[in-house]
Design a protein around this ligand. Sequence first.
Ligand code: ADP
Ligand code: MG
Length: 619
Amino acid sequence: MSDIIQLLPDAIANQIAAGEVVQRPGSALKELMENAIDAGATTVNVFIKDAGKTLIQVVDNGCGMSPRDARLSIERHATSKIRKAEDIFAIRTMGFRGEALASIAAIAQVELKTRRQSDEHGVLLQVANSEIISEEACQMIPGTSISVKNLFFNVPARRNFLKSDRMEFNHLLNEFQRIAMAYPDIFFTLHRDSQEVYHLPAVHHKQRISALMGGSQMPKKLIDVTEETDVVGISGFVSKPEYSKKARGDQYFFVNKRFIRSPFLHHAVVSAFEDLLPADAHPLYAIFLDVEPHKIDVNVHPTKQEIKFEDERLIYNYLKVAVRHALGKYSIIPRMDFDQEGSFSQDRLNQPMQQFPEVPTPRFNSKATNDPGISFSDVVRNRHNLENWESIYEGLTASAAHTPDAPQATLTLESSFHENNSDQNTPAQQGLKAPYQIHGMYIVTQIKSGFLLIDQQAAHERILYERFKQILEQQTPSVQRQLFPKTLEFSPKDAAVLSEIMEDIRLLGFDIEAFGKNAFIVNGVPEHLSGQKEERALLETLIDQFNRNLELRLDARENIARSMARSAAIRSGQLLEPTEMQGLIDQLFACEIPFKSPSGKNCIITFDLDELARRFDHP
Ligand code: ADP
Ligand code: MG
């Protein structure tokens, strides 16, 4: 038999290698911007068409290339940045592997224009399938312009794998922002189709971070972190605790100006906040670590987003101390108010109970009131064993599901948990008593065979979600609660999302219009939303949530209904009046699907008394 192994042609080898380096438009943008920075540019302009699927162009005023270097630059392992193996451990440039352009040239049509300061004119190369198709001299100012057209035009499988324009653009924005954050002294612009999304002149670091994180209010929300130690220089910013967010988002680490992910270092920052933050609030931060290049390995990840540190533990400790120190210097007193807007959602079941306001522990099924009873946490721990809600739900809402006012009659509520078992046989005659709230998170309501525990936040999300969904589907505009007009400014990224969903949220009852570049005037908000939530918080959570849901690939209206419900729902921790609780229960049982929140969290947990008695050894 003849030999069967062959060397792959370069074009194919490059295409395969490209799979690692260029996963999507965002990764190509990152590589091009990094090259511009490595070339010493002070101005970098980015142009995007169709979320990068048609065009990603980066124009810089850096050192440019000679015609020979330009031709070589698209070859694999072609780099001007290292010459010998040891150089890898002294890297100060963003690139060094000489793979990026070769990879990009293998999977897109590339137009490369470049001119050095000392040359009279530049050179223009057209490249496709890793081959130079044409080369000509051209007039241009010094610098380099690289256009990546029709990404994955020759790899249909990869092209089809790309997500929606809005998702891909989001990735592009993320890459752009991470680089722009680390280089405040470079002037960046970003153009999407023919609109300028970012215009970032060279500024102080704090201003740059602010411009990218959240607009003109941002600087006063940030605290400086600086610490010089023998192994690491630390600089950057963390948000004051009261400006932390419910959603994780703007949290950035850079090592030698390279954005990295590090759950380990994240932990250091968060633990420095310790008691200053409620359990599921997230501080914003952008932290820059400066480490001797030989003490890290950046070559452990294809897109260099993870790195290895020689002194990991030490850096962890220094970082924690630095953040702690910064927080201390500002002598920040926690000013968290759980009942206000922006209080913190998510699953509180995992939190230790001591963190919540003292409320009496309900006791059930006790013959005498001084019986030790069962603690709430005991019951909650068993929630998963007791989720046979359906039968009860069916029993109690056969008629109620269709008539919003009826469930009161079928719920057979009793408010007291100290009454003995025999009372449960005659609940109807007793009339309806108020349901009961525990830990500010759950509403307890008694039914014939036991009781229901209703997660108030999940339940309210369900109610609002169904309402919003209906409004959006039937296009019946909701009413507005009029405000004095308010002008709100958003980050360019948030503003872009808001513009996109504006029509739909108007239907939901927002009277809102664009006002200048990233600002909006809000004249009214949906009438039935819990009145205490501030407009900005409402919209910011909506946008956050909308972005988060993009991963789920929902259609836009589904996403908006979910995000609005999330944003506007009452929170865990919010105290409710008995009438409010009753209203919530009634509305919940009028829902099409009352037992799950739109994101799948349980709204109702049922407790069967017989089951409980058995479980806890009560008679
Ligand atoms: P690497 O950045 O790892 O060296 P790349 O494939 O990204 O590899 O680039 C190959 C080479 O092309 C670089 O080393 C550099 O010499 C040159 N180059 C790429 N982009 C630019 C640019 N914008 N300006 C000047 N030179 C560039
Ligand atoms: Mg590079």
